[in-house]
Design a protein around this ligand. Sequence first.
Ligand SMILES: Nc1nc2c(c(=O)[nH]1)N[C@H]1C(S)=C(S)[C@@H](COP(=O)(O)O)O[C@H]1N2
Ligand SMILES: [Mo]
Length: 510
Amino acid sequence: MRLRLQYAVFGLLATIVGMAAGHLVASLLKPASSPVLAVGSEVIDLTPTPMKEWAIRQFGSADKPILIGSVMLGVLVLAAIAGVLTRRRFALGAAILVALVGIAGAAALSRPAAKVTDLLPSLLTAVVAVAALWWLDRVAKTGTLLRRDRAAADEKTGPTRRGVLIAMGVVAAAAAVMGTAGRVIGKLRTRPEDITLPAAAEKAPTLPKGIENQVPGLSSFRTSNDDFYRVDTRLDTPIISADDWTLTIDGDVENELTLTFDDLLAMPLIERDITVTCVSNSVGGPYVGSARWLGVRLTDLLEMAGVGSKADQILSTDFEGMTISTPLELATDGRDAIIAVGMNGEALPREHGFPARMVVPGLYGFISATKWVTRLTLTTYAEKQAYWTERDWATDAPIKISARIDTPNALDSLKPGETVVGGVAWAQQKGGVEKIEVRFDGGPWQPAELGPDGGNDYWRQWFFKWDAKPGQHTIAARVTSGEGEVQSAVMANPFPEGASGIQEFLVNVG
Ligand SMILES: Nc1nc2c(c(=O)[nH]1)N[C@H]1C(S)=C(S)[C@@H](COP(=O)(O)O)O[C@H]1N2
Ligand SMILES: [Mo]
């Protein structure tokens, strides 16, 4: 029994040291080719949309760590089994390890824009794992760490526990060192924070000071980069060097263009305050953020390329081949669509699309906000379909106007007396926020006080001083846009074109 356990640990250690080696090499070559990330990304892509939605609802933004965790758990169970089998027949254990890594290699190769060299990390993982297993097995069976110890070991009877422990320690240490090195190197390779962006040729008006200091629990008027929500199909944070990056504009254009990062920075930059919203956000949900974006006007780029007459969509492609399509007509109707390089006065953080991303006011992120963008192809919906279009999400998805209650929270227990109810509301490209109203216990709608105005594409803070009487109460809020549209009470799920309905919940006062 003890021997079996020991061999199970051998299988685990061998697998872990192999993965650490693969991860290290991937961090030097191409982070996405790491066996762990390749398998994880593939699993995400293969997961049906309803299950993804369930995972996001269930685990929130922890959905990905939990997914990777489950995949890893499965791998480690198989690794332990491989270890146990090794005791009788080394070839059998080794074969299982190789098969496991083979799956990772296949996943790496099936990623969009994969190259044969993306197999290298998996290959190395297999070699290191099998070598480690072989060595641990040999130490256990001969009791010698190195070949020249043979004579010494022959005098002893059977394998020494000390030798086995040392060998396991060596393998574990190697895994820890390589794993850590892989992560550190990955972080250091390019640093957006070292980049100084040019000033905007066309500045945004000064953003008034928000009222978050006056209303505890209220969202900041400007979302800091660290607090900005993140939604994408990736597990890792892509590490792209601004020096290697280019943006190509092709398809139905007169002049195909390829611009470097410096080319882009040399163009006139505009600065805009824009609230970005995710289609997966439920009413009252967290997937919305407001920032000051700096970048090149999309229409400037399209003019340089000269758009033909056939195109009806801009198919944007990220550095790995992930695609998003934006209706050409909406993107060029006069709104401030931007290829952004800056966010809140800094280069884009890696999670938010460094070196460049699209930002289009008024359209949900999944049809407009391509991060790590490398290509804009002018084409038609009939000809080419983007990632989410293939998954039956809408192609034309303007952001639905919505109010969110930040404070109090649902089911809070409150003291009787004056209670400040507050939140944010947005109505991008619909004349901005004109009015916010709150309602208690299904009674009449009452106007809330508004925070400062950040423009038509920006959310607005609001609050209402409520005299809370003891008992159970429901609170609801709704927005009216500058165009006179009142937030719809009709409930809809995020799929396929965004959630609607009015946020309403219960609190206890007493
Ligand atoms: N390359 C890439 N860009 C992407 C996505 C993605 O999965 N891959 N997700 C989109 C979605 S659904 C949204 S809501 C926004 C979110 O941007 P953020 O993570 O900076 O908040 O990015 C968009 N851009
Ligand atoms: Mo999204």
